[in-house]
Design a protein around this ligand. Structure first.
Ligand code: THU
Length: 137
């Protein structure tokens, strides 16, 4: 699967791996990192941040998106996101993140997902992640 990925996408996956190092996940012990590719080629990282009140946890995907928007990134301009989680063979974004990705990523964005098995890496479109979605745009 890796052979089909562009060097830009491989770099994004490396950034997601680095982002996972910053995880605050003392309850699940399940680190996740995300790396967002902005329209001007910058990479914005995010990790999962948990809380003793478990429902307040922020996933890595939403951390990266909210950080990018907070830094002035334009909603629906982001070209790709890589997500990395070392404790599963292949990570798959949760339903809440899929809805947020749909609204904030570019319509033709790609979501690259990788776990402990690089051969299992998947590249998803937003339509594949959330078909028939409730969509604002
Ligand atoms: N998590 C993410 O950050 N992204 C995903 O795609 C799936 C789950 C986090 C939430 C929680 O901190 C931990 O992983 C276990 O669910």
């Amino acid at each position: 699967m890796n052979t089909q990925l562009s060097s830009e996408h491989l770099q994004l996956l490396e950034a997601a791996k680095a982002a996972a190092q910053a995880t605050y996940s003392p309850y699940s012990h399940f680190p996740v990192g995300a790396a967002l590719l902005t329209a001007d080629g910058q990479i914005v990282k995010g990790c999962n941040v948990e809380n003793i009140s478990y429902g307040l946890t922020n996933c890595a995907e939403r951390s990266a998106l909210f950080s990018a928007i907070s830094q002035g990134g334009q909603p629906r301009s982001f070209k790709a996101m890589a997500v990395f989680a070392p404790k599963v063979e292949l990570i798959s974004p949760c339903g809440a993140c899929r809805q947020v990705l749909l609204e904030l990523m570019a319509a033709d964005a790609l979501i690259l997902c990788q776990g402990s098995d690089p051969a299992a890496t998947r590249v998803w479109t937003l339509e594949q992640l959330l078909p028939g979605a409730f969509n604002a745009f």
